[in-house]
Design a protein around this ligand. Sequence first.
Ligand code: SF4
Ligand code: SF4
Length: 209
Amino acid sequence: MKAGIGEIRKNNFFYTEKGSWVFLEAWLVDKEFEHISQSTAKACPASCSLCIKNCPTGSLSAPYTMNHLSCVSCLTTFQGWDWTSDKYQPQTGDWIFGCENCQDACPFNHNAWVEEEAYPGLDKLGEKISLEKLVEMDYDFLRDTIQPKFWYIPKDKVWKWKTNALNSMLNNYHPRYYPYIEKACNDQDEHVRRMAHWIISRLNNSSSD
Ligand code: SF4
Ligand code: SF4
């Protein structure tokens, strides 16, 4: 922001004139530069709170603040290792990796996403990914193919893809998911087995109510 190339908005994201989906790159140089700060990005309108209203967990409870313990983006990636005891579990909806609600809701991001380059291997990867496929996915494939593209979930915790997919199944339950949840009760990873058993007991309890 001090370099004058953009603004940090109330949702905590850095924006240039092209919205918040930007990469920052840095160079180390061996020359002196004159500091010119001339941001042309407009500030957030005082009356706007769309990002806050669209945060599913209240993690973004006020401008320029965010509780990472309840942010869905953190909970589905490098935090939140146990959905069965997480109080925000019901509010995480169908997200299985990250959350973009506070950026999607922002008027400064409308029509800002420009697809200039093809994402390498996206079509092939897309065919392999669905909730059902993730729950059944081979661990080598998760580690070797999925993880390098989506590195917020570390390699030694790729089981989280499965617990996230199971979580999404629970939050948007359809009976077609049941056999996959049942099968996950025998997954090789204990986190996945525990999550699947927990969901089955939740479903059984709700059907007996
Ligand atoms: S990423 Fe999602 S959960 Fe996190 S602050 Fe933004 S809207 Fe809230
Ligand atoms: S949604 Fe509104 S308040 Fe939030 S960052 Fe965008 S312009 Fe600012």
